[in-house]
Design a protein around this ligand. Structure first.
Ligand code: GBH
Length: 522
């Protein structure tokens, strides 16, 4: 066992967070319930041909209803004490009848023993029409109950303010992230979240993977709002060379608006932390040549530093400004982060395309940074391929990625906010083949081992959050790709632990000693 405690690294730090992640559109379902407005993903997934299996997130894994045990309504039983005592009796009664035996998601989390749960708030549930309409009180109440239920079990809520989905209203009115107006909408929305939940939420992520949103929404156009130019994809309109940078710029300004607001009005009293989560890919230079090493660095600059540099240093990476970007350097926009959230799954090779010619392939244009991304070198893949075409098992990439961030950003506190392994089982496979997910266990072990290695060398890692608690709606792949520690039967919505859930539970038990901690970073 790689993880045996020793004198120099006896255990994970006491306040280390172990969790699982989720997001509103992938988990909640209830897409029209209780006054929720439509999001860009509701609209996009309903468009025929966009999602591999023709599915959508209308129901997803119905976490909106299934996160907690069945409850008696407060209308019929106004006294909380009365309600609480009756509630137990009713559930026991139902269980005796053998019905409604679904274990609810909060209980699953408790079973695994995690001390944080990452979820996102659906903007359109809180503000169905953005700032052009009312606050939806039913939406406010939903997350209020979820947060309370988590805290009651000792599970810290780790909250993303957006995870790809935004109210469609903002697309229709002014083109969403393409307009600087969105900054005002975002600030209004987050102020509501801070105000209602900030007393209990100590970890805020402004944006999940803004780099993916910018690239897939506005360059390749495979995510909403599906904008691109003809040479980059198959969209009806857009400009792949310009719009990703405009959208990204507005996301960065929106991030700052949220951070400045939080720091000015809420952080002092609420004592929480605010950060951003980036999708990260480790790039190995395909050869030892200086050109290929610079190409690998450009790959980072054009993907991740694109956001983190302006947020932390106040300016875009140099490689980018030379070619493309609006000048952006204001002294007051700096240190706009308490922690970096890292989603990390895979690695690739990078080959230089600035000094040599690359005929075709991802990465090669000026807009992308003149490097060629490949998964293989001399026909040998960088790591074991998996059923998910973009994931190669290369745990060294985790250590290298974290070390790169540590060095570039002066060891800003970091959380792994996602890491996980996807499978695409045959729909008619036996339940056992779904549950014996030894490859996922091996993947998680090896990536955690690499993470520990980086921590031993001084990287300030504060937590590890696995993607994902449950199988769920995997965006373009619909329900065909499964990332869960728990299997979900999409007919009954029943959740069943896979081997990985048991393994994770044991891992957490063996290597941590949780206690109540002060959740302030400073
Ligand atoms: C995350 O990103 C998401 O945050 C999460 O919602 C999702 O369920 C999870 O991962 C698993 O997929 O684009 O070919 O250059 C997923 C989207 C897929 C975007 C891989 C970046 C990197 C390789 N990412 N992709 S590529």
């Amino acid at each position: 066992n790689n993880f045996r405690a020793n004198d120099s690294f006896p255990l994970f730090p006491r306040n280390f967070l172990f969790g699982t992640a989720s997001s509103s559109y992938q988990f909640e379902g209830a897409y029209l319930a209780d006054g929720k407005g439509l999001s860009n993903w509701d609209i996009f997934a309903h468009e025929p041909g966009n999602i591999a299996d023709g599915s959508n997130g209308d129901v997803a894994v119905d976490q909106y209803h299934l996160y907690l045990g069945y409850e008696l309504s407060s209308e019929s039983f106004p006294s909380p004490a009365h309600r609480a005592s009756l509630n137990g009796i009713v559930i026991t009664f139902l269980q005796c009848l053998g019905i409604f035996l679904l274990e609810k998601d909060i209980e699953l989390m408790e079973d695994i023993g995690i001390n944080t749960f990452r979820f996102s708030i659906s903007w359109a549930r809180i503000l169905p029409k953005g700032r052009f309409g009312d606050v939806n009180i039913a939406g406010i109440k939903h997350y209020d109950k979820l947060i309370n239920a988590l805290i009651e079990k000792g599970i810290q809520p780790f909250v993303s303010l957006t995870h790809y989905d935004i109210p469609q209203e903002l697309e229709d009115r002014y083109g969403g992230w393409l307009s600087p107006q969105i900054r005002k909408d975002f600030a209004y929305y987050v102020s509501i979240c801070f105000k209602y939940y900030g007393d209990r939420v100590k970890y805020w992520i402004t944006l999940n993977e803004p780099n993916v949103v910018a690239i897939r929404g506005y360059r390749s156009g495979i995510y909403p709002p599906a904008r691109c130019s003809a040479t980059f994809g198959n969209c009806s309109s857009g400009d792949s060379e310009r719009e990703p940078f405009v959208a990204a710029h507005n996301m960065i300004l929106s991030h700052f608006a949220a951070v400045n607001l939080y720091r000015a009005k809420y952080q002092g009293e609420q004592n929480g932390n605010i950060g951003i989560t980036m999708n990260t890919v480790w790039y190995e230079p395909i050869s030892n040549s200086t050109e290929d090493k610079l190409a690998a660095q450009r790959a980072q600059s054009f993907y991740m530093d694109w956001f983190l540099d302006p947020i932390i240093f106040g300016k875009y990476p140099e490689e980018m400004t030379r070619s493309l970007l609006p000048n952006f350097s204001y002294d007051y926009l700096k240190n706009g982060i308490d922690f970096i959230g890292i989603n990390h799954y895979t690695s690739y090779y990078a080959k230089d395309c600035l000094h040599s010619t690359c005929v075709q392939g991802p990465g090669i244009t000026k807009t992308e940074g003149y490097f060629l991304r490949t998964a293989t070198k001399n026909n040998i893949p960088i790591g074991e391929p998996t059923e998910v075409d973009w994931i190669y098992v290369y745990p060294q990439g985790m250590e290298k990625m974290v070390t790169y961030l540590k060095n570039r950003y002066n060891n800003t506190p970091m959380f792994i906010t996602e890491n996980g392994f996807g499978e695409i089982p045959q729909p008619d496979s036996s339940i056992n083949s779904f549950l014996n997910d030894n490859k996922r266990v091996e993947y998680m072990k090896s990536y955690l081992d690499a993470l520990i290695s980086a921590m031993r060398k001084g990287a300030d890692i504060r937590g590890y959050i696995a993607w994902s608690l449950l199988d769920n709606f995997e965006w373009l792949s619909g329900y065909t790709t499964r990332f869960g520690l728990y299997h979900v039967n999409y007919t009954t919505l029943k959740r069943t632990p896979k081997s990985s859930a048991q393994w994770y539970k044991q891992f957490i038990l063996n290597f941590t000693a949780f206690e109540v901690v002060n959740h302030s970073m400073s």
